[in-house]
Design a protein around this ligand. Structure first.
Ligand SMILES: [Zn+2]
Length: 230
């Protein structure tokens, strides 16, 4: 992660980025890197409580996301506000992601692995897939969304993509010092996780501890690394 100034994190729902990469994000911001978070859907379907109106839940989750992002030191949160469970491989969605890449010009993009087998949330699948497509080739090519140039948005080459939630992780990052910040950020998503829960935290420590063993640290997060332009 040397010579990285800006990292763009693309999350399907509010809370997925904290869960998949929260400790790493906290570490990057501590190191002075600029992290921008793009939240694709509004998460309005994320409840089994029939008394909650979907549009109210969407507003709650946006507030929770802003608070969690602040805990992680994220400098900007962009809400694309697609309705929950409607992400698809559309030119509209792709254009919005290309626009963010050309605006913020990150060296690294972080998102969810789209290639889980069998059971996968469609929003996660299309978030990961369309983000990868936006990185390559669309953000790179002048003739993809040429109208961007008229607004001063130039093509951009992202160097690498890190995918969380992968069946084939090959990059393990030390999360020991920032794990508590990750949990604090996750707990901001109270509509999803409820009250802070020591048992849940202990289970997470066990899980991330097993990953840490791979690199000899107490705790770690893991990713699939996709190198594009070096
Ligand atoms: Zn999700």
């Amino acid at each position: 992660m040397e010579e990285v100034n800006t990292i763009l994190v693309v999350t399907p729902h509010p809370d997925d980025a904290e869960s998949g990469a929260g400790a790493s994000i906290a570490r990057w911001t501590q190191e002075g890197k600029k992290v921008v978070l793009v939240v694709c859907t509004d998460g309005r379907n994320g409840t089994s409580d029939r008394s909650v109106r979907p549009e109210d839940l969407a507003a709650t989750r946006e507030k929770e996301q802003r608070e969690a992002a602040e805990v992680l030191g994220i400098s900007e949160v962009v809400f694309l506000r697609f309705p929950d469970q409607t992400l698809d491989d559309t030119s509209d969605f792709r254009e919005k992601l290309v626009r963010q890449i050309r605006t913020h010009r990150p060296e690294v993009v972080v998102t969810v692995d789209p290639n889980r087998k069998y059971i996968r949330h469609r929003d996660h699948h299309w978030c990961g897939r369309v983000t990868l497509d936006a990185v390559f080739p669309y953000a790179r090519d002048y003739l993809s969304y040429p109208e961007h140039a008229e607004e001063g948005l130039e093509p951009h080459k992202v160097r690498e993509v890190l995918l969380w939630g992968s069946d084939e992780p090959d990059l393990v990052l030390d999360a020991t010092d920032t794990f508590d910040i990750k949990m604090k950020a996750l707990n901001k998503h109270a509509s999803q996780v409820g009250d802070p829960n020591p048992d849940r935290e202990q289970r997470a420590r066990t899980r991330y501890g097993a990953v840490g063993k791979k690199i000899g640290t107490e705790l770690a997060e893991q990713f699939k690394l996709v190198e594009i332009f070096r």
